[in-house]
Design a binder for this molecule. Structure first.
Ligand SMILES: Nc1ncnc2c1ncn2[C@@H]1O[C@H](COP(=O)(O)OP(=O)(O)OP(=O)(O)O)[C@@H](O)[C@H]1O
Ligand SMILES: [Mg+2]
Length: 326
């Protein structure tokens, strides 16, 4: 399987007042052609900041330039010029956001916005550009594309807006698509349609997808590989099969237990007690230790190493110091 993007030890700090606080701390993973990697974790753990760091579109201030490496086509994207990065954002790595209105311009018709992409990034004009836009709208199964072409974003439903965003980001046939909670704002049936659409387009075009979500149901449907993040750090990563089978890290176990079970009354939901700490007040040692039912003395001190527990499967948890899962 071809590796398309490598993220190595990605770290991003925010300067808040006089101090710098990591929001993304030492994240590493590889994206492969035709595969989907899900980045999962509770709200506030740093998932969006990871995506924005890769794309180099962090809000700055307060964000400082990221360190580590993001390797694409033998280049470290963290080191190239802003001009080069802009080309890569337009042509090679696409991104869709949770809120489509953050990418759609309310004052232009969706057709005009897509035409602009065809012109600026594909160098197409006139009929050719128009055909490309129609194809893109058909690809994302927008009914009556000829009519919809003239619609303004506010005339479309949430699901349709999200499809337009997907059309826009896929028009240049990127190698990598980063989708940050692409369906969280949509209701469940539309959510399933948009996710299926992404899967179909991936099969057709072979792009690697980085899918950010906190929904384990979405992970189950979509992911090949999974990185579980907690309070700025990765705490478990492997294939979906390995992670769903073993749930090695106590936090991963908690994430699964917080999924509503069909036959479980709501008040019996087994959620992880406590909440994600603020980046200004991260505990020492394993950031999860204050909430962990298996906490040991060693967990309160120092950096937790990455313990390999299977083939390309590892966790940052002292319980696995001498334990394998396979
Ligand atoms: N401008 C800012 N000032 C202070 N803290 C910030 C700022 N922007 C982000 N953060 C903090 O950075 C952390 C990571 O935020 P991020 O948006 O990446 O979380 P997330 O995992 O995407 O959460 P969600 O699931 O809610 O989207 C959070 O704790 C957030 O409070
Ligand atoms: Mg987010």
């Amino acid at each position: 399987m071809e590796q398309v993007l490598q993220v190595k030890n990605l770290t991003t700090c925010l300067r808040l007042g006089k101090n710098d606080f990591p929001v993304v701390n030492g994240i590493s993973f590889n994206l492969h052609q035709g595969r989907t990697l899900a980045l999962v974790g509770e709200s506030g753990c740093g998932k969006s900041m990871t995506a924005l760091s890769i794309m180099r579109i962090l809000p700055s201030p307060p964000a400082l330039p990221s360190t580590g490496e993001v390797i694409y086509c033998d280049k470290n994207l963290l080191k190239i010029s802003e001009g080069e990065m802009r080309d890569i954002r337009g042509n090679n790595i696409g991104m869709i956001f949770q809120d489509p209105m953050s990418s759609l311009n309310p004052v232009y018709s969706i057709g005009d916005q897509l035409l602009e992409v065809a012109e600026a990034h594909l160098g197409l004009y006139g009929d050719e550009a128009e055909q490309k836009v129609m194809d893109a709208l058909e690809d994302v199964r927008i009914p009556d594309p000829k009519v919809r072409f003239h619609d303004y974003p506010h005339q479309l439903s949430g699901g349709m807006k999200q499809r337009v965003m997907i059309a826009m980001s896929l028009m240049c046939e990127p190698d990598v698509l980063i989708a940050d909670e692409p369906t969280t704002a949509l209701d469940v049936t539309i959510q399933a349609q948009v996710l299926n659409l992404m899967k179909d387009l991936q099969q057709k075009k072979g792009m690697a997808i980085l899918l950010i979500t906190h929904d384990m149901g979405v992970v189950a449907d979509m992911a090949d590989d999974v990185v579980v993040m907690y309070a700025t750090k990765e705490i478990e990563k492997g294939s979906k099969r390995q992670i769903f089978q073993h749930k090695a890290h106590p936090y991963t176990e908690g994430l699964f237990n917080s999924l509503p079970q069909v036959h479980q009354p709501k008040e019996k939901l087994n959620v992880i007690s406590g909440s994600v700490p603020s980046i200004k007040k991260l505990p020492t040692g394993c950031h999860f230790h204050p909430r962990c039912p298996y906490v040991m003395e060693v967990c309160r001190q120092g950096e937790v190493p990455d313990f390999p527990i299977g083939e390309e499967y590892s966790t940052k948890c002292w319980l696995y110091k001498e334990k394998t899962c396979e």
